[in-house]
Design a protein around this ligand. Structure first.
Ligand SMILES: Nc1nc2c(ncn2[C@@H]2O[C@H](COP(=O)(O)OP(=O)(O)OP(=O)(O)O)[C@@H](O)[C@H]2O)c(=O)[nH]1
Ligand SMILES: [Mg+2]
Length: 264
């Protein structure tokens, strides 16, 4: 069982076995709970310091930054490729491409008018399941920030860890594919709760999956009443105009009364 977790407000809480009347007899894990929490708190604290450094770097260059997250294969890179093609010549975009290994996604985004900076999290010990602020800070060295309006960070494909790390972004978006099943917001609420936008992707597959879009939307709403939910197909382009519109507003390229990502 997990003995710590980080709340949306950034605090870390622990549940020791001694808190409960039962004892699972599980002594294989961490006997030193307090020390472990100290380490985690300092990791998150250090991350948040670096995240603010990143945010200041973005803001001093007039950049808006978006953290794009999802399970593996939901469609982040496909959405990004279409977005770069759409904004090319209009909005100056930089991409930070986070992957455990390979340059495969970074290569798919080449030639679309954007600067791309790749960061592999593989450190020889298996690779991190998320980007943290220090990694994004290193990736920033690969971008000419003064030339950019918008930076999109493609996080490592994972439905849990990326949502826990502020990397200095101004808003979080996620891609939720119909193929993942309609129960995912309920089973993995942390990311669904953390995001400003949910792209409900692969709607072209709805007939084959016998999927009911309304149930997907209702489940997202149960954990996140305010997120913008956009049903799209990055494959066919259906619904993508609304996403491009959101991105342009976010980047400040078209006027808006309330900037997306600043409402919540
Ligand atoms: N049918 C359909 N397929 C899609 C759609 N969007 C993406 N795909 C396919 O889904 C697969 C995964 O898409 P990616 O864009 O690589 O997903 P990703 O989230 O970037 O994956 P990771 O970076 O590995 O986590 C690819 O084969 C895409 O062509 C869509 O709207 N409809
Ligand atoms: Mg990808």
């Amino acid at each position: 069982m997990g003995r710590f977790h980080r709340h949306d407000d950034g605090t870390v809480h622990t549940h020791e076995h001694g808190d409960h009347s039962h004892d699972h007899g599980d002594h294989s894990g961490y006997e030193t709970g307090t020390q472990r929490i100290d380490v985690l708190e300092s990791i998150f604290a250090e991350n948040d310091v670096r995240a603010n450094i990143n945010r200041n770097a973005f803001e001093s260059n007039g950049i808006r930054a978006l953290n794009l997250m999802s399970s593996p294969g939901s469609g982040k890179t496909t959405v990004l490729a279409a977005s770069l093609d759409e904004l090319n010549g209009d909005v100056a975009v930089g991409v930070i491409e986070g992957d455990i290994a390979t340059a495969l996604d970074a290569e798919k985004l080449e030639g679309r008018g954007a600067q791309v900076s790749l960061i592999n999290t593989n450190n020889g010990f298996g690779g991190e399941c998320h980007l943290d602020a220090p990694m994004v800070n290193r990736a920033l060295q690969g971008l000419a920030l003064s030339d950019l309006d918008l930076v999109i960070i493609e996080n490592v494909g994972n439905l849990v860890c990326p949502a826990e790390f502020d990397v200095g972004e101004h808003a979080k978006a996620m891609v939720y594919s119909l193929t993942e099943g309609e129960d995912k917001p309920l089973k993995y609420p942390v990311m669904f709760r953390a995001v400003d936008v949910v792209l409900l992707n692969k709607i072209d597959l709805a007939p084959y999956l016998d999927a009911d879009l309304e149930t997907y939307v209702a489940h997202v709403r149960m954990v996140n009443p305010t997120a913008t939910i956009l049903p799209v197909s990055a494959r066919t382009g259906e619904g993508m105009a609304a996403w491009f519109d959101w991105l342009r507003k976010f980047a400040g390229a078209i006027p808006t009364t309330a900037s997306p990502g600043e409402s919540g």
